[in-house]
Design a protein around this ligand. Structure first.
Ligand SMILES: [Zn+2]
Length: 196
């Protein structure tokens, strides 16, 4: 029998520089997702939620090739400063292509391809994320509706298709720098991301 990700959910107190959270772990076969929960969002409407796909290079090393690190920081600052909210950290490195292939894609980008072209060149779809697991995790916390923190309309439609009730959007604004300007332009032009 396949184990459901909600069968065993360890959690612990999790004080951070962004505020005091409770951390939860969800195991989905070989993937390990995390949720940082501020306060008690159970039964609430308009719960601020960030769904963040793991980006080791951006989140941990503050890479300037993307804007993930700053988005992570802004989202945690926002949620940490509110009474309740949820930060979901999906174990889906590089939009699902994995770390090794992400560096391969960077190598191709250094040769002149953009992020979407580089992933296609490697045989990957533009975005492999599945939102069913997010719907399950939000269901676990019993939220009624969420305000999603994103600039990505694909994320909103993906979550809605998975059955998540979205009552609004909180923009995540990150200032471009000389290294990520072309990455941000690609996101805007090819992936229809909102800016501001
Ligand atoms: Zn990134």
């Amino acid at each position: 029998m396949t184990k459901d990700i909600l069968d065993d959910v360890p959690s612990a107190e999790f004080p951070t520089m962004y505020g005091n959270f409770r951390i939860y772990a969800f195991k989905e076969s070989s993937f390990e997702h995390l949720a940082l929960v501020k306060g008690d969002p159970k039964g609430r409407e308009d719960v601020p939620v960030r769904v963040h796909s793991q980006c080791l290079t951006g989140d941990t090393f503050a890479s300037k090739r993307c804007d993930c690190g700053l988005q992570l920081e802004n989202a945690l600052l926002y949620i940490g400063g509110h009474d309740y909210g949820i930060f979901i950290y999906l174990d889906q490195e590089g939009r699902g292509i994995g770390l090794f292939n992400k560096i391969k894609a960077y190598e191709l980008q250094d040769k002149g391809l953009d992020t979407v072209e580089a992933n296609e060149e490697l045989g990957f779809e533009c975005d492999l994320r599945s939102y069913d697991v997010v719907a399950k995790i939000l269901g676990y916390f019993g939220v009624n509706s969420i305000k999603i923190m994103t600039n990505n309309p694909g994320k909103i439609s993906g979550l809605e298709a998975a059955g998540v009730k979205i009552s609004g959007r909180i923009p995540l604004t990150v200032a471009p720098n000389m290294h990520n300007q072309s990455y941000l332009n690609t996101k805007k032009e090819k992936m229809n991301h909102y800016f501001g």
